[in-house]
Write a protein that binds this ligand. Structure first.
Ligand code: SAH
Length: 468
């Protein structure tokens, strides 16, 4: 470690900023956030500093820097564009053993300023030792997206309850389990969803109810993992994925996405292969209950959206029967992913005023796909068929038989949004043959309608091509 990271209390402490420009204003602004008593020394001030001085928030020493101005200071920042002045500040500060920062000149600094993620009272500071500030800023940007803006609220709520929790539990272990539970469980989730009052109420309730077994109550998160590309997960999905004790996932969830779940979570594959029904739905429902009753946070991770051909509803019904708390997190359904990544808008002013998602899985006794064909064959709409690869010829035939023009454009999108995406475009007559030739396999969607024409023009995502 080249620098020792500390958080310094400068509330009410005299701090000097040397320089009157915008950089000085930014640094003074940061010191102000931490409650410092700020003096700015400079022969001229920028508008922002003028305003702050005029409103009495900072003092101004008009003129050039003098070493004696450091005599009563706690900390000094030099932010001038005159290297001689900057050096003079650094020298005078070091003679007085005063912490000094000279902007952009690490060699003259006794402390450096990190990139900051401010979720006060939670503050995260990132430093690259002054060498690569841009990298620190990039890391900050990543952290900003990972840590909900409401983290500060959670910390404030927790601070308010600190004494109560201490009184309530005699042992440190009990307190730790309790805090782990509320900071990662329902209380935190309520706060993150913006419902502070409910978070507080749950916290009170958690404190009252806290018995060893209540502390360990589990929950199920039914989470949509999107169509396959990890970038398309929601922040909420990612957060819950990193909290779970057990993860139940199936074949549609890409390994890269399963990898984003908490490292030490137990991972249970409950996938159904088309030929071998490894785990019947009832068993999955029972497993969710089984783990949750052990006090585990169970992540039920599904491809796409859990409520679109995902049987998410059935799983939740079982949880309701057993009184197990749960949450549902939407995911981008594969039709949306395929539409965006294949450049096929699902609706269009000229071509399609509505869009229907159907499953190609349902068959009647004769083995024919059992759908409302007269409705689906009407013009000016887009039809997206899930789970329809094997039934493609049948589906195209039925559409034509019920009046949709044989020349209606149609496409198959295989493994949409991923590096292995393939798109095959034809019409209701040619698509089955084309898909067969290309060897298109599940998971793939059939998209039928005039909008498919737009693919030629709007196709932007070509995995494997040079342009991408
Ligand atoms: N809940 C999922 C759908 C589950 S049904 C969702 O919202 O997307 C499974 C079907 O979804 C597959 O047979 C296939 O038709 C479709 N599918 C899922 N992921 C896909 C992908 N990346 N590309 C194309 N189709 C996909």
């Amino acid at each position: 470690m080249d620098y020792f990271p500390i958080f310094m209390n400068i509330k009410g402490q005299p701090c000097l900023v040397v320089g009157g420009g915008e950089v000085a204003a930014r640094k003074a602004g940061l010191l102000q956030k931490a409650g410092a008593d700020i003096t700015v020394v400079a022969p001229a001030l920028c508008d922002e500093l003028c305003g702050l001085v005029a409103s009495g928030e900072m003092k101004h020493l008009d003129g050039r820097f003098q070493p004696r101005q450091l005599d009563d200071m706690t900390l000094v920042i030099a932010a001038t564009d005159d290297s001689q002045v900057n050096e003079a500040v650094a020298r005078a500060a070091s003679e007085r053993r005063l912490p000094v920062n000279v902007v952009d000149q690490p060699a003259l600094c006794s402390f450096i300023m990190p990139a900051i993620i401010d979720r006060s009272p939670v503050v995260i500071a990132v430093s690259t030792g002054g060498g690569v500030p841009v990298l620190a800023r990039l890391i900050r940007a990543r952290l900003e997206t990972m840590i909900p803006a409401t983290y500060g609220e959670l910390a404030r709520l927790a601070t308010d309850f600190r004494d109560k929790v201490k009184q309530r539990f005699a042992t440190i272990t009990a307190r730790r389990v309790f805090w782990e539970h509320v900071l990662q469980g329902d209380v935190a989730e309520k706060v993150f969803s913006g419902n502070l009052a409910a978070g507080r109420a749950l916290m009170e309730k958690a404190l009252q109810d806290a018995e060893e077994d209540k502390l360990n109550q589990g929950a199920v998160y039914l989470v949509g993992g999107g169509p396959g590309n990890p970038d398309l997960l929601t922040f909420r999905a990612l957060r819950l994925m990193q909290q779970a004790d057990v993860v139940l996932y199936d074949a549609l969830v890409a390994p890269e996405i399963v990898d984003l779940t908490r490292r030490d979570a137990e991972r249970v594959y409950v996938g159904k292969q088309s030929n071998n029904h490894a785990l019947p739905q009832d068993d999955i429902n029972r497993l969710l209950v089984y783990y949750a009753q052990q006090g585990k946070r169970v992540l039920r991770l599904k491809g796409g959206d859990p409520f679109i051909f995902g049987r998410g509803g059935e799983e939740i019904e079982t949880l309701v029967e057993y009184g197990i708390p749960f949450e549902v997190v939407p995911g981008i359904t594969s039709a949306q992913g395929a539409s965006s990544y294949a450049g096929i808008p699902l609706t269009h002013r000229d071509y399609a005023q509505c869009c229907t998602f159907v499953t190609g899985h349902r068959r009647d006794e004769a083995g024919v796909v059992d759908l409302d064909w007269p409705a689906l064959a009407r013009p000016e709409q887009t039809v997206v068929v899930y789970m329809g690869v094997a039934q493609l010829p049948d589906i195209c035939q039925q559409m034509i038989a019920h009046g949709r023009a044989p020349s209606t454009p149609a496409a198959m999108v295989e493994r949409a949004t991923t590096a292995r995406q393939r798109v095959v475009v034809g019409d209701l007559t040619t698509l089955p043959e084309l898909a067969l030739q290309q060897g298109i396999k599940a998971p793939a969607l059939i998209v039928i309608g005039e909008v498919v024409k737009l693919h030629d023009k709007l196709d932007w995502f070509r995995p494997g091509s040079q342009a991408h």
